[in-house]
Design a protein. Structure first.
Length: 228
């Protein structure tokens, strides 16, 4: 029996590690590799790449096309970023469109959120999604974490786990392991590093943590039609 793999729930760089399952992000129009048992994908329009509504709509159509593939298991990354200048209303519209695609295609949503947690909460309340929502690169404070947790939202942690005074570390320590994932995002190294730090912060063994996150990943499957 093979040992339990690491899960890298959100990556921007190709990883080909025997012990890791990766969900790599692809942008509209980008291709992806044939399935090797460990390479999954997410497809979405990042809030940093919002354009005119015509162009955004064309890209949303491209995203919907790749959602037909079983290997593309998440919708996103998508979301809201108040640090981005420009049309915030259009950002919101595009994010909402992703949330609807997630419901329609029965795939979890992977979310980029900067200074817009209240809007995410509001949209979640309006939509009542059946699909899990995962906040990636999570760095919210305990108060917002409690609010999101109550709504059933899941959390992915990356490099901020190494900043011991960060909101991410405080929230990570607070959350039950059933609600967490790890990610490399822009980092070129292995997600194993985040797991090791995560085990230290929770004062638990790496094996128990790996098993829990593997279980979390498999539970996403129950709510979606993806291959996993
Ligand atoms: Zn990302």
């Amino acid at each position: 029996m093979n040992s339990i793999p690491y899960i890298d729930i959100h990556a921007h760089h190709i990883k080909n590690l025997k012990d890791t399952i990766t969900v790599q992000n692809i942008y509209p129009g980008e291709g992806f590799a044939a399935f090797n048992g460990r390479n999954f994908y997410s497809a979405g329009l990042h809030p940093w790449h919002i354009k005119s509504s015509d162009k955004n709509n064309a890209e949303l159509i491209m995203i919907e096309e790749v959602l037909e593939y079983d290997q593309v298991i998440f919708v996103g990354e998508c979301g809201l970023d108040k640090k981005v200048e420009g049309n915030y209303e259009e950002q919101k519209r595009v994010f909402e469109a992703h949330a609807f695609l997630a419901e329609k295609h029965k795939k979890p949503l992977i979310i980029h959120c900067v200074k817009a947690f209240n809007e995410v909460v509001e949209l979640h309340k309006n939509i009542h999604p059946q699909m899990p929502w995962i906040m990636h690169g999570y760095n919210g404070n305990i108060q917002i974490t409690k609010q999101l947790e109550k709504m059933g939202i899941l959390f992915s942690f990356g490099k901020n786990l190494f900043k011991l005074d960060s909101k991410a570390v405080a929230s990570y320590k607070y959350l039950p392991i059933e609600k967490i994932f790890f990610e490399t995002d822009e980092y070129f190294g292995e997600v194993k590093k985040m797991y090791i730090q995560g085990a230290k912060l929770k004062n638990m063994s790496l094996e128990i943590l790996k098993k829990a996150v593997w279980g979390n990943f498999n539970r996403l499957e129950n709510k979606s039609t993806g291959l996993f």
